[in-house]
Design a protein around this ligand. Structure first.
Ligand SMILES: NC(=O)c1ccc[n+]([C@@H]2O[C@H](COP(=O)([O-])OP(=O)(O)OC[C@H]3O[C@@H](n4cnc5c(N)ncnc54)[C@H](O)[C@@H]3O)[C@@H](O)[C@H]2O)c1
Length: 260
């Protein structure tokens, strides 16, 4: 399929690995010029040859966001046509363990990263007259998990932000969000990641058994997805093929027994 984005300028916020990396690669494969921001400088350097540009920054801070925006404007010479807000980190904790500091940290990463990037770029994108933003939400925005409450609350906030921005900036900027279910990335596999958290939760030693139990408990019959399963949907929503879609949220692989 031709996504009709050849020559478009795209910025992927938090794209050095996992879902963001798959989005950056698919945008590139489809002929877009892509800049990737991330705080993992080593991963960015290793993969830099695949993209138009990279920018290393802590995107959970105002200073890091300002730096990334300045670099994107410098490299492209203008605002991008496509903005992908993919920053998000979930760390399991019970409600009572979630201190004010942990809530504030989660808010900076899982909501403010997107808010700041949109605030900086959306006026210029609106002036282009035909731009698109896609935010990476989560199925947890619609089906709460007690162990990831801070993360899920922020992802629910992204749904509101998506619709509110879509309303304010239509028809010049389309704003949509994807809600992935479980996707096999470092979020799962890193030490202390979701697989380790599930092992603790179920009191089992076997990694596969812990994941299988989780999928059954949460009624996720499609199993675990791959980053490209999300990238395909994100690039579609960012492309002219989705020119009549704004303010939408798309469930990918999960959310089969959620609230809405
Ligand atoms: N993997 C899943 O099951 C899943 C499910 C639903 C939603 N998501 C969402 O998908 C998005 C990508 O997650 P992923 O699974 O690909 O994880 P990942 O860990 O593979 O990728 C996250 C990327 O964000 C970068 N990052 C983290 N903190 C940063 C910071 N402060 N500044 C700049 N970059 C930072 C990391 O270096 C990494 O490259 C997130 O928004 C996540 O919430 C993931």
């Amino acid at each position: 399929m031709d996504f009709q984005i050849r020559g478009k300028l795209a910025y992927v916020n938090a794209g050095a690995s996992g879902i963001g990396e798959a989005i950056a690669d698919l945008l590139t494969q489809e002929g877009a010029n892509v800049i990737v921001g991330d705080n993992d400088e080593q991963a960015l350097q290793e993969k830099a040859h695949r993209w138009t540009g990279i920018v290393a920054a802590d995107l959970s801070t105002a200073a890091g966001t300002n730096h990334a925006v300045a670099q994107v404007l410098r490299i492209f010479g203008r605002v991008p046509d496509i903005l992908i807000n993919n920053l998000g980190v979930g760390n399991s904790a019970s409600f009572e363990e979630l201190s004010d500091e942990r809530w504030a940290r989660s808010f900076e990463i899982n909501l403010m990263g997107c808010v700041r990037m949109c605030r900086a770029l959306i006026p210029g994108m609106a002036a282009l007259g035909d731009a698109a933003i896609v935010n990476t939400g989560s199925d947890l925005a619609k089906q709460p998990e007690p162990g990831l409450m801070d993360y899920g609350v922020c992802k629910a906030g992204l749904l509101y932000l998506t619709k509110a921005l879509a309303r304010q900036y239509a028809p010049k900027v389309r704003v949509n969000t994807v809600l992935p279910g479980p996707i096999w990335t470092r979020m799962w596999t890193r030490p202390g990641g979701i697989v380790d958290q599930l092992i603790d939760h179920y009191g089992v030693e076997d990694r596969d058994a812990a994941v299988k139990q989780f999928l059954e408990d949460r009624y996720l019959p499609l199993g675990i997805g791959q980053p490209e399963d999300v990238a395909n949907a994100v690039v579609f929503l960012a492309s002219p093929l989705a020119k009549y879609i704004t303010g939408a949220s798309l469930d990918i692989g999960g959310t089969l027994r959620g609230l809405v």
